[in-house]
Structure formats: structure tokens, C-alpha cells
Design a protein around this ligand. Structure first.
Ligand code: UP5
Ligand code: MG
Length: 195
């Protein structure tokens, strides 16, 4: 008999909501493969920005805190997922960003089994990103790009969450709390809904 298709979990939320932090915890606890779409795009842009016009444009877009073109993003995800060997599950961090991307993902890749929405206050998001900016220095952790990321998130999220809600796929968690408390809720949800 053929193996069942891996479970696919999408983790969405504002910039700084803890998508990366919590997705890595999910991957570790459940033995799932981890895919960060932001990281995929950042790596590719750093690699290609000087030699390739399309990617030099995308580098500008991302550094300004705007969204990369949908088709490029979907292509990158598809390529990445195809390279993953047999997996029980795949946790995708930071995708989709809007309803168009959700539709295109379902059309071209698969339907997710669960979407986790990390809900955080604006104040908390800013606080975390500012702190990280002092420690790390991601190209888009500058005040102007942070504001663009927050604005884009606010514009796109209500329709996106509604879209997944109508299909009974989303769980919204209070991500204002500390990492362990948030993960406790996530793992209870996954245990209940996926297994
Ligand atoms: N932290 C985390 N959880 C905490 C907690 N509970 N309490 C206290 N501190 C907590 O966390 C952020 C910081 O907060 C860290 O320092 C962490 O230690 C601390 P993190 O887990 O990194 O949060 P995350 O939600 O992953 O924040 P990130 O900044 O990565 O979110 P973004 O959505 O901005 O970044 P992403 O990499 O997903 O996307 C970046 C860009 O890529 C986008 O702006 C866009 O230009 C592009 N993109 C697309 O175009 N399309 C896509 O589909 C995806 C990305
Ligand atoms: Mg992240």
C-alpha cells in the first residue's frame, strides 16, 4: 500500500508573532519537515540578486517589506517540497500571505490539513521585532520595512483568516504569551485535530 500523503500545516501571523519559533518546535516535536518561505526567498535573493534581474527586483521588494510575486513564491515552495524525502508532515512558516496565495497553493500544491494563526497585538509585534533588529540584522528589520510588513499584514489577514475559517481549517491562538505557553496550545491542537 502507498504511504499516506504527509500532513501539511501552515503557520501564519504578523511579523514577529513567532511563526519561525513555533514552526521549529512543531517540526521537532512531531518529526515534521520545516519550510520557511521567508527564508527560502531571502536565501535565493542573496544568491541571485547581483546576477539576475528578476531576483534583484525581488530583493528590493523584500527589503522594503513588500510581498514577492505570487508565482515565484509558489514555484519556490513547490521545488522545496519536491526535494523533501518521505515525511510524516510538513510545517510551512509564513505562507500564505493573502487569499490569492492560498487559492494558488491549493490549486498547484495541495490542501492544508490545518492552519495555525498566531494572533498578537501590534504593540507586542513591534517590541519583538525591534529587539531582534538590535541582535541580528535581517535586511527587512529596519523601521520603514517593519511598518510596511505590519501594514501589509493588517490589510491581508482578515480576509485570509475568514477564508480558512469558512472551510473549518484554522485555529487562532493567543501568541502574546511566552513561547512555552503558546506551544502548549499548539501541541494540544495538533494532537486533537491531526491524530
Ligand atoms: N519571540 C518569538 N516568540 C516569542 C514569545 N512568545 N515571547 C517573546 N518573544 C518571542 O520571532 C520574532 C522574535 O520574537 C524573535 O526574536 C523571537 O525570539 C521572539 P519569530 O519566531 O522570528 O517570528 P516570525 O513570526 O517568524 O517573525 P518574522 O519577522 O520572521 O515574520 P515575517 O512575517 O516578517 O517574516 P517572513 O520571513 O515570514 O517573511 C519575510 C518577508 O518575505 C516578507 O515581508 C515578504 O517580503 C517575503 N515573503 C513573501 O513575499 N511571501 C511569502 O509567502 C513569505 C514571505
Ligand atoms: Mg520568521
Amino acid at each position: 500500500p502507498s504511504r499516506p500523503r504527509p500532513k501539511v500545516i501552515l503557520v501564519i501571523g504578523g511579523p514577529g508573532s513567532g511563526k519561525g519559533t513555533q514552526s521549529l518546535k512543531i517540526a521537532e516535536r512531531y518529526g515534521f519537515q520545516y519550510v520557511s518561505v521567508g527564508e527560502l526567498l531571502r536565501k535565493k535573493m542573496i544568491h541571485n540578486a547581483t546576477s539576475n534581474r528578476k531576483w534583484s527586483l525581488i530583493a528590493k521588494i523584500i527589503t522594503n517589506g513588500e510581498l514577492a510575486p505570487q508565482e515565484t513564491t509558489i514555484t519556490e515552495i513547490k521545488q522545496k517540497i519536491m526535494k523533501i524525502p518521505d515525511a510524516n508532515g510538513i510545517v510551512i512558516d509564513g505562507f500564505p500571505r493573502d487569499v490569492g496565495q492560498a487559492l494558488s497553493f491549493e490549486d498547484q500544491i495541495c490542501s492544508p490539513d490545518l492552519v495555525v494563526f498566531l494572533a498578537c497585538t501590534n504593540h507586542r509585534l513591534k517590541e519583538r521585532l525591534q529587539k531582534r533588529a538590535e541582535q541580528q540584522g535581517r535586511p527587512d528589520d529596519n523601521p520603514k520595512a517593519i511598518n510596511r510588513r505590519l501594514t501589509n499584514f493588517k490589510q491581508n489577514t482578515i480576509p485570509l483568516v475568514k477564508y480558512f475559517q469558512e472551510r473549518g481549517l484554522i485555529v487562532t491562538l493567543d501568541a502574546d504569551r511566552d513561547e512555552e505557553q503558546v506551544f502548549c496550545d499548539i501541541s494540544m491542537t495538533l494532537d486533537n485535530k491531526l491524530f
